[in-house]
Write a protein that binds this ligand. Structure first.
Ligand code: GCO
Ligand code: MG
Length: 401
């Protein structure tokens, strides 16, 4: 079965998405997500200029060989642009293989290891009362796990908090700027979790994202302060380029640690996993080299008591979510899956079989991934430049956003 066409579609049904659609001479098609928030056109150009020309005429059934060809063949390895492009091809080829076999991809990965994929939603509030209302709303909707983000007194525009129904930080063509104080944050966040636990009791899984803003010793202080509230994880406590930095956090706190949404290969987390410095690895299909490579990361993690917790923000398209769910339902060491529902416009452009019910996502049993792109509808939403914000300390120093 030969690849005869590969189309790169950039569309903005509320936010930008990059999708690769591969077509074979047998008429089977497959889709892969290639969205890199704020850098969409770089991946689109990488695919169009460097990948599509070498795909035409290749055997669509050779997923592993194609992965190796694109990874080793580029000579310049790794990096988010390269790995998102490889991920898109890999995901589309798994989709095609599933359709060829007449099986959902999870059946080819070993079949179901669980009945549904437990997801966590985002409970955000400008203040504690807003947070409590948002948690209550999620529990009413059946969520068993919620990520809690709160405004910080004295700070405006804190990550993860917005009044919009769908949180979308990449809103302006040039980055907006926010101001940050680690001191104000560290003082406030434990008081928020104290109130949430007091109100909702011990049953609900609570999570929090520090979004790479702390140093290891600050993260250790946060982890210790949160221990009475038994969080499921603190996410991205520190910028994760320095893997050994996590040792210091581990020495001080039993609060579990999750990291990995910006990782693009197994080499970004090999030390974290082997030294058991983390509890959840949050890499996902689109940014970590597709189903083929992400499965390698999860297999390594399984050896070291680390579970999955894949990124699932709205800047990953429904194509990525569909692929992530195929892995989530199959792997032995699944932990949690992030889930922020997409807008109705986005769902219409990407019709899919996965569905939410009572705290779980279900991938469905359609052959392949169970997702497609409506190219005609996508064409009605042209690319609109949008950048993620930047963050500065109160004295103006640039800080991690
Ligand atoms: C998360 C993430 C997102 C990122 C976004 C960047 O945990 O969902 O931190 O909110 O900020 O994906 O593009
Ligand atoms: Mg995050």
């Amino acid at each position: 079965m030969k690849i005869v066409d590969a189309r790169v579609v950039v569309t903005c049904p509320g936010r930008n998405f990059v999708t690769l659609k591969i077509v074979t001479d047998e008429g089977l098609t497959g889709v892969g997500d290639a969205t890199l928030n704020g850098r969409e056109q770089a991946v689109a150009a990488y695919l169009t200029e460097h990948v599509v020309p070498v795909l035409i005429g290749r055997d669509a059934t050779r997923i592993e060989d194609t992965w190796q060809y694109l990874y080793k063949g580029a000579y310049w390895r790794r990096g988010p642009v390269t790995m998102a492009a490889i991920a898109a091809v890999d995901t589309a080829l798994w989709d095609i293989k599933g359709k060829q076999a007449g099986l959902p991809v999870h059946q080819m990965l070993g079949g179901r290891s669980r009945e549904g994929v437990t997801v966590y939603g985002h409970a955000n509030g400008e203040d504690v009362d807003g947070v409590l209302a948002a948690v209550a709303r999620h529990l009413d909707e059946g969520f068993r796990a919620v990520r809690v983000q709160s405004g910080i007194p004295g700070l405006e525009g804190v990550y993860g908090v917005s009044s919009a129904a769908i949180y979308e930080p990449a809103s302006a063509a040039v980055p907006t700027e926010s101001v940050w104080s680690t001191e104000a944050y560290l003082d406030h966040i434990p008081t928020v979790f104290a109130r949430v636990r007091e109100e909702f009791g011990p049953g609900v899984k609570l999570l929090h994202d520090a979004h790479h803003r702390l140093t290891p010793i600050e993260a250790a202080r946060l982890g210790k302060a949160l221990e009475p509230y038994a969080l499921t994880w603190v996410e991205d406590p520190v910028p994760a380029e320095l893997q050994e930095g996590f040792r210091l956090i581990r020495q001080h706190t039993t609060t579990p640690i999750a990291v990995g949404e910006v990782f693009n290969t197994i080499f970004d987390c090999a030390q974290l996993i082997r030294e058991q410095l983390i509890d959840y690895v949050r890499a996902t299909v689109v940014h970590a080299g597709g189903i083929t490579h992400l499965r390698r990361i999860f297999d390594l993690a399984a050896l070291h008591h680390v579970r999955s917790g894949s990124h699932g923000a709205t800047d990953l398209s429904p194509v990525c979510m569909a692929a992530a769910l195929q892995l989530d339902i199959a792997i032995p060491n699944f932990g949690l899956q992030e889930y922020m529902p997409h807008s109705a416009e986005t769902d219409a452009v990407f019709p899919h079989t996965y569905r939410y019910e009572d705290g779980y996502l279900h991938p469905g049993d359609a052959p392949g991934l169970g997702v497609d792109i409506d190219e005609e509808l996508a064409a009605r939403y042209p690319y609109t430049p949008a950048a993620l914000p930047v963050n500065r300390l109160q004295d103006g120093t640039l800080h991690s956003w």
